[in-house]
Design a protein around this ligand. Structure first.
Ligand SMILES: Nc1ncnc2c1ncn2[C@@H]1O[C@H](COP(=O)(O)OP(=O)(O)OP(=O)(O)O)[C@@H](O)[C@H]1O
Ligand SMILES: [Mg+2]
Length: 319
């Protein structure tokens, strides 16, 4: 199905007719067998409705390394958004569900698994039959040598998802993941791909964020939204605007000014409370019951206000 820095992905059909995606890792860049087995065992335990499950791995006699994942028949968010015909509109609730699910998956990675994704793109957000997002390719850096990993960071930058500070630091962090999440939210809002040539932008690094910010600054804000979203604008106008502010907050050039994923998710849920209960709860594992505490209606009524983005709290000093 495709190739990337880490390896090649194949679609395979099992004897019972079910399908899986098999990723064959490049042998030269993968860690040695013992380290590999320890890391892959941990990755295989991760289960969350918004994270693609690793089902099995195979270590061949000649050092072949295969990872077996659930197959996602609807492909990537990138293809879903950017490679569709004019007659297949994607409505706002669907987009919002994708944004929230992606935030839930990332929150689980950051807080429960202590994993920084480092290569979060709309190509690595896959969609299941119900168009729910599943983040793929997390934790792969743990299976690779460090030389392979700096290569991946370079690739992500070329695609326009890389936070500006990565060019200097070369190290992914929770804040650079939030930046990438912000770019994905901008894709959902604008229908544009960060790879697209933007007027005024040179196509390098921060194309989509810069383009959106420049239009908002000129007060042509409605021009940024995907045209098909504007059809329902009277109903969803505030939601679009508040989501846009949140996305721009995520792509703030200063890492310290960006929110944590947790805040991003909470604000998305305030903007669209009817999706907050979630088809895919953030708790990991069980998915039973409603989200603890915060999900109830009482906290959501105040959402919507203009101050919601600015009110996400003071910059943290972690960096
Ligand atoms: N589990 C899966 N189900 C369906 N399609 C998949 C699955 N895993 C990967 N793909 C598709 O296979 C192709 C290759 O994936 P791969 O991860 O190698 O590259 P990429 O996602 O395009 O780039 P990268 O992950 O390096 O940023 C992509 O088009 C991706 O959408
Ligand atoms: Mg991928």
């Amino acid at each position: 199905m495709g190739k990337s820095t880490y390896g090649t992905v194949y679609k395979a059909t099992l004897e019972d007719g079910s399908q899986v995606a098999v990723k064959r890792l490049r042998e030269k860049v993968a860690k040695g067998q013992r380290e590999f087995e320890a890391e892959v065992g941990l990755l295989g335990k991760i289960r969350h409705p918004n994270l693609l499950s690793l089902r099995a791995y195979y270590l061949g006699p000649k050092g072949e390394k295969l990872l077996v994942f659930d197959f996602m028949p609807r492909g990537s968010l990138a293809a879903f958004l950017h490679a569709r015909g004019p007659d297949t509109p994607i409505n706002w609730p669907t987009r919002m569900n994708i944004a929230m699910g992606t935030a839930r998956g990332l929150l689980h990675l950051h807080t429960k698994e202590n994993i920084i994704h480092g290569n979060l793109t709309s190509g690595n957000v896959l969609l299941d039959d119900g168009v729910n997002p599943k983040i793929s390719d997390f934790g792969l850096s743990r299976l690779m040598t460090s030389a392979a990993n700096s290569n991946v960071i370079a690739t992500a930058g070329a695609l326009g998802y890389r936070a500006p500070e990565l060019s200097k630091l070369k190290k992914a962090s929770a804040k650079t993941d939030v930046y990438s999440l912000g770019v994905i939210m901008l894709e959902l809002l604008t229908g544009k791909s960060p790879g697209d040539a933007m007027e005024g932008g040179s196509g390098g690094g921060a194309g989509l964020p810069q383009w959106v910010a420049s239009i908002v600054k000129e007060e042509w804000t409605n021009e940024v939204f995907d045209l098909e979203l504007m059809r329902d604008a009277p109903a969803t106008g505030d939601e679009l605007l508040n989501t846009l502010k949140l996305a721009l907050h995520c792509v703030d050039p200063s890492p310290a000014a960006r929110p944590e994923v947790e805040q991003v998710l909470r604000q998305l849920e305030e903007i669209k409370p009817e999706l907050a209960g979630g088809t895919a709860g953030e708790g990991g594992g069980g998915g039973s019951g409603s989200r603890g505490g915060g999900g109830d209606e009482s906290t959501t009524g105040t959402g919507g206000g203009d101050s919601s983005v600015e009110a996400t709290g003071p910059p943290t000093a972690e960096d």
